[in-house]
Design a protein around this ligand. Structure first.
Ligand code: FES
Ligand code: MG
Length: 598
């Protein structure tokens, strides 16, 4: 039977759903549709299939990405949901970023992935999109791109991995990767032990099983309303059948989004993000999530610039840490899942949440919570504490912007500090100028350092070491580690893995590579300190005059370096020229909607 699509007297509505939208321009729209159909028919589709609304499924599978190893199964299940609901599901690839296989750092490639995601959502005839991802940078990159593209979207995370076992003790990536490596460095674990640990730390596919960046972003997606609240969307393990049922439901919701035209720009409001930040504080989430949230918010044309690091600090002051997960606590994502997951957490946090915020089902957060009550299990309170008996009273994540070192802000996860007295501490600076410098000298027996020293690593910021590597977890110098020292005050302009802990100040802005920074002017022996209560990070005894003098000296040595920023070719040159500051999210200025350079 001839299809009316080729009736030249009937114009093709470019706003119609499915294959008829966004026709590539061959001049003649009927011919464009004719071409599109003849090519896709090579895949075996019928006219009936091609008449349906299309749900695109973003496929971030890669054999270099074990966190996404279950993606083929998830796509299958999403397709089932879409097709049971009358849509046509079509998956397509975007790039895939795993933390350990993205040199110099996955953060360097996050903006590239967001551009890939945005442009592929824009370019292809998809009516709504399921974004499947999980590993740290994936969810932020996908959401940044999706807000800019502004077609209806829903997220599906790959889910956390299970735990392994070492000599009968549960272990999991990657808090236990780090603390066991520290023990190995200190000589309390031998090479056989560390080798068997290596076999067990990531025993299944899925994302790191503690409250690292991947888990944090998954919880934030639920708080934002972008994954269903009534299902264990954030916590169901990667290898569980629950994860597949969530995928099927995600496909169903993706079809419904087409009818109610719920786009991320219309769904996400200031209240959604305030809820996300409340959840971030309550779960003791990753410091990286702060940068990602800033980048995400600044993609939104109405919200850009309305929520800042200050907002994160203010919400922190009224939000207790109630989730007992590593690295701030003791447990794993599967424990959180078994205790009731995000549904239980949101019910507990309800007095602190804006319940009028919209969610992906079209219902508000309040309506969702009312429709899905949660009766705590006897052991729930071991994992999810009540607001009145929290793990940490408030301000798990603190923004330091008083004092002369970080006027643009710096971040510390106070709840993950091992020696709490270091949260108010001043000591002599021991400065490392780069990761290479650190690697060369940190274990030297002649390094002038003691337990009260303040270790400073600079030039690992967004521009200084493009992509801002997770090198902020400066190791304890071996000679101190061998004496049993497990924590010191450490400061950098870099990031740290969300799975790590210690008294560690990160994201110092302006970064050391910036000629206007104070961080770049600090010297060995300067008295540097932090006072978390006062939000203060500064250097004592180095006044304005001295700073000016040092800056002038530096200018003479480095003249021109900063100006040459971005003089290189390719993506690296683009990155260096365009990346904005840590407090803006480290996005490219030309991608953000309302940042100062947007
Ligand atoms: Fe992918 Fe940790 S490495 S989530
Ligand atoms: Mg990580």
């Amino acid at each position: 039977t001839p299809t009316p699509d080729y009736d030249l007297s009937k114009p093709i509505d470019p706003n119609s759903v499915g294959l008829r939208q966004k026709l590539a321009s061959y001049g003649d729209p009927h011919f464009s549709l004719f071409m599109r159909k003849l090519f896709i028919k090579a895949l075996g589709y019928s006219e009936d299939a091609l008449s349906r609304p299309i749900v695109g499924i973003v496929n971030t599978y890669s054999s270099f990405n074990p966190c996404h190893a279950n993606i083929a199964q998830l796509i299958d299940a999403v397709k089932r949901g879409v097709q049971l609901s009358g849509g046509l599901a079509i998956d397509f690839p975007t790039i895939s970023l795993h933390e350990s296989f993205a040199s110099p750092t996955s953060m360097y490639l996050r903006n590239l992935m967001s551009m890939d995601t945005e442009e592929m959502i824009q370019a292809q005839p998809v009516d709504s999109v399921v974004l499947i991802g999980g590993c740290d940078k994936t969810v932020p990159a996908q959401l940044m791109g999706a807000i800019s593209a502004n077609k209806p979207i829903i997220h599906l995370v790959t889910g956390p991995m299970m735990q392994g076992s070492f000599q009968g003790v549960r272990i999991g990536a990657c808090t236990d990767c780090r603390n066991n490596w520290a023990k190995f460095r200190a000589g309390t674990l031998d090479i056989e032990d560390i080798s068997s640990l290596n076999e067990e730390l990531a025993p299944t596919s899925g994302t790191c099983g503690v409250m690292g960046t991947a888990s944090t972003m998954a919880c934030i997606l639920v708080a934002l309303g972008l994954m269903p609240i009534s299902l264990p969307s954030a916590t169901a393990p990667a290898v569980s059948s629950a994860r597949l049922r969530i995928a099927e439901s995600t496909g169903t919701i993706a079809v419904s989004l087409i009818k109610n035209k719920l786009t991320p720009q219309s769904l996400l409001t200031k209240e959604s993000f305030l809820n996300a930040i409340t959840v971030l504080q309550a779960i003791g989430g990753s410091t990286n999530a702060i940068i990602h949230l800033m980048a995400i918010i600044n993609r939104h044309p109405i919200l850009a610039g309305t929520i800042t690091l200050k907002t994160i600090d203010e919400i922190g002051r009224k939000t207790p840490l109630i989730l007992d997960l590593k690295p701030s606590g003791q447990n794993y994502m599967t424990d959180f899942h078994n205790a009731g997951g995000m549904l239980a957490l949101l019910h507990t946090l309800k007095p602190l949440l804006h319940i009028s915020a919209l969610t992906i089902t079209g219902k508000t957060l309040g309506q969702e919570l009312e429709a899905t009550p949660f009766r705590p299990f006897p052991f729930t309170s071991n994992i999810i504490h009540s607001l009145s008996s929290p793990l940490y009273p408030s301000s798990s994540l603190v923004i330091l912007s008083e004092g002369n070192i970080a006027p643009g802000g710096a971040v510390i996860k106070a709840s993950a500090s091992k020696y709490r007295h270091l949260l108010k501490h001043t000591g002599k600076a021991v400065i490392f100028n780069s990761s290479a410098d650190l690697a060369q000298r940190i274990d030297s027996p002649t390094l002038d350092v003691d337990a009260n020293s303040v270790l400073i690593l600079r030039n690992i910021g967004l521009v200084g070491n493009p992509g801002m590597p997770e090198a902020g977890l400066i190791p304890i110098p071996r000679k101190l580690a061998e004496q049993g020292i497990e924590d010191m005050l450490r400061i950098s302009d870099g990031r740290m893995s969300g799975t790590a802990g210690g008294t560690i100040v990160l994201h110092v802005s302006p970064e050391g590579a910036d000629p206007g920074s104070v961080l770049g002017l600090l010297r060995d022996g300067d008295l540097v300190g932090v006072d978390v209560e006062k939000r203060w990070l500064g250097v004592l005894g180095v006044g304005e005059e001295e700073i000016k003098r040092r800056r002038e000296e530096r200018r003479e040595v480095e003249e021109g370096n900063w100006v040459r920023r971005g003089g290189e070719r390719g993506y690296r040159g683009l990155y260096m020229r365009e990346v904005n500051s840590a407090e803006e999210g480290g996005d490219f200025g030309f991608l953000s909607a309302g940042g100062p350079r947007g």
